[in-house]
Design a binder for this molecule. Structure first.
Ligand SMILES: NC(=O)c1ccc[n+]([C@@H]2O[C@H](COP(=O)([O-])OP(=O)(O)OC[C@H]3O[C@@H](n4cnc5c(N)ncnc54)[C@H](OP(=O)(O)O)[C@@H]3O)[C@@H](O)[C@H]2O)c1
Length: 206
């Protein structure tokens, strides 16, 4: 998802610094493909470099994000909670917290926005349409910070999507895996996404 967002960002005139867990030397094939608007760095360097930062990395119980370098920044988080992949988080399973509230707690100095979670990576290009296109595909954003919602709305519009604001982060479960908004990832308009978010029913796992 991170490399696909990088492709969309570069197509819209952004410069991108990209990182993974193994080190910049392992990203050469990707930066070669992305061209002169991209460079690879460590996660801490990428976090420092960004005007804003995208995290396309599962949430871990042990916080392995560059917290200090992300402080003061808007952090767009694409993570979907997948217990089969991530292990089980009792606070999420009980409905006490959403996964993005936990990410916000892990990054107390940052402004976290949940975004790009209910679109499959290839559809960032396939489903993209210019502003004003009738029945344009819509994506949701959740954040506790208006400036983060504003940034994601601008980015979605540049990338070719309408926005439905599903804030704050405590409501972000509505767009999570298995919910109607998530299942309708192939296409949903602003009105359909709004209706699908309203139809969501919280899943409590015991
Ligand atoms: N794929 C989709 O279509 C899609 C759509 C919507 C949302 N999402 C969500 O977005 C997240 C990423 O999904 P994905 O499919 O892109 O996963 P992925 O292909 O496994 O990529 C995850 C990336 O995160 C990097 N990474 C892991 N831990 C890191 C750390 N501590 N610091 C820096 N980089 C780290 C990995 O680097 P290494 O390989 O070096 O470990 C890898 O490049 C998931 O939560 C997923 O549920 C995915």
């Amino acid at each position: 998802m991170g490399s696909q967002i990088a492709r969309a960002a570069i197509a819209n005139g952004y410069e991108v610094v990209i990182a993974n867990s193994r080190g910049p030397e392992t990203l050469k094939h990707l930066t070669d493909e992305l061209g002169p608007s991209a460079r690879a760095a460590t996660a801490a360097e990428a976090a420092s470099a960004g005007d804003f930062v995208v995290i396309a990395v599962p949430l871990k119980l042990v916080n392995n994000m560059p917290v200090e370098q992300l402080a003061g920044k808007i952090v767009i988080d694409t993570n979907n909670y997948m217990p089969w992949r991530d292990g089980r988080f009792p606070m999420i399973d009980s409905g006490e917290k959403t996964v993005h509230e936990l990410r916000q707690e892990q990054l107390p100095g940052s402004k976290v926005a949940k975004a790009f979670t209910h679109i499959q990576a290839p559809r960032l290009f396939i489903s993209s349409r210019p502003p004003g296109t009738p029945d344009r595909h819509a994506l949701s954003v959740s954040s506790n910070y208006p400036e983060a919602i504003e940034l994601v709305t601008r980015l979605y519009d540049q990338f070719g999507f309408d926005t439905v604001d599903n804030s704050p982060l405590s409501e972000s479960w509505r767009s999570g895996p298995g919910q109607p908004a998530w299942m309708a990832h192939e296409h949903q308009t602003h009105a359909e996404l709004t209706a699908n978010l309203a139809k969501a029913r919280r899943i409590i796992m015991r």
